[in-house]
Design a protein around this ligand. Sequence first.
Ligand SMILES: *[C@@H]1O[C@H](CO)[C@@H](O)[C@H](O)[C@H]1NC(C)=O
Ligand SMILES: *[C@@H]1O[C@H](CO)[C@@H](O)[C@H](O)[C@H]1NC(C)=O
Ligand SMILES: *[C@@H]1O[C@H](CO)[C@@H](O)[C@H](O)[C@H]1NC(C)=O
Length: 207
Amino acid sequence: MKSKKDDDCYSTVKIKNEKPSPESRAEEEASALCHCSLMLLCFLIFSALIAARIVITMQINVMMIKQQETISNVTTENERLIEERKMMENQNKELNRTLGLILKFENIPAKDLCPNKECKPCQKDWILFQEKCYLFYDSHPWLTWTESRTFCRDKYADLVVIDDLKEQEFVSNHTKYYYDIHHGYWMGLQHVSNTWTWVDGHADTLG
Ligand SMILES: *[C@@H]1O[C@H](CO)[C@@H](O)[C@H](O)[C@H]1NC(C)=O
Ligand SMILES: *[C@@H]1O[C@H](CO)[C@@H](O)[C@H](O)[C@H]1NC(C)=O
Ligand SMILES: *[C@@H]1O[C@H](CO)[C@@H](O)[C@H](O)[C@H]1NC(C)=O
């Protein structure tokens, strides 16, 4: 009885091995499907990684291009500011010079000195020499010494006072061509109580 039961059991197992039951077949198919879908998943992940890499690379490129543009913009802006600063410094110098000029005068002839808002050290037709302006005026009518002085003072100046040999040479250079027995210029020297004095008050030192 017992052995018959064993035989029965064996035959059952044998049959099981040779002809797989429909359940086991389904299991195997499921396993293959699982394998396949795992590979698909791997492939998808791989693809996703490559896609992500491409996207990141592209984004980095875009960022780099933007950064380069920013650097270029900042560099341009910096150059513009340096240029502007230079201009401002020049303007500042010019204004400072103008202020210095204005402070020299009690009544500045602004119309003559600053045409178009740009102040010059000397009025039109005057000559600059060692920070002073000179006008060599030889137009008619001829004037007396006193008339000449009035003429000068009307122009916020005075007859020339010669302080040193350089100035004397300069004045001499510019008066030569209009100097003979009938022509000449007045200077700011006058004979007061037996001594020659300059119009600015100091005594004649040039002899
Ligand atoms: C750079 O300047 C250009 C033109 O001035 C402007 O259109 C652009 O937006 C600027 N780029 C950056 C990144 O600031
Ligand atoms: C302005 O001019 C004065 C002389 O007129 C000079 O001493 C001074 O340094 C100048 N200042 C500037 C900022 O240029
Ligand atoms: C005067 O004229 C001479 C000759 O032209 C020149 O060498 C000299 O530098 C001039 N002097 C002045 C102070 O202008």
